[in-house]
Write a protein that binds this ligand. Structure first.
Ligand code: CO
Length: 150
């Protein structure tokens, strides 16, 4: 017992260090100028859950300058955005039950925020993922890439 106990303590210290090293959350801000403050984020697969907090630092209402944060494969982004237009604000401009949507916040207006979590295990290393705002007309500018890391 006495021989290997220090090794166990060292191992546990190493493990907790590992957990702290992985950044399992990100805060993204949006504004009245139709912009996100980030164009790329990293999602470590070592995180059990990854949390995204979306803020809207502007003053405009969500029916005028609303923003959400939607995660899809990059190849699905365009289709999800155009299919979402008809869904309307109440459905966060996303088609009901759209299986291409991996995670999303609701649409928020100035001064609001929304936080969501998803399991990075849903993402495949080597696949191209993007995030964007599905408010009609926003995804051309409000988008960024997602790097799946270890
Ligand atoms: Co938007």
């Amino acid at each position: 017992m006495k021989v290997w106990k220090p090794a166990l303590v060292l191992m546990m210290a190493g493990l907790s260090g590992q957990v702290m090293a992985a950044n399992c959350s990100v805060e993204i801000s949006s504004n009245d100028a139709m912009q996100f403050d980030k164009t790329s984020i990293s999602v470590p697969q070592s995180c059990k859950q990854f949390t995204v907090k979306l803020k809207h630092s502007g003053k405009m209402a969500k029916n005028i300058m609303g923003h959400n944060w939607v995660l899809t494969k990059t190849a699905d982004m365009q289709g999800v955005a155009s299919d979402g237009i008809a869904a309307g604000l109440d459905k966060s401009y996303l088609k009901a039950g759209d299986a291409r949507v991996i995670a999303h916040t609701k649409v928020i207006g100035g001064g609001e925020s929304d936080t969501i979590s998803f399991a990075p295990s849903k993402l495949k290393a080597g696949e191209a993922y993007s995030f964007f705002c599905s408010f009609p007309g926003h995804s051309g500018i409000m988008k960024g890439t997602v790097q799946v890391t270890k």
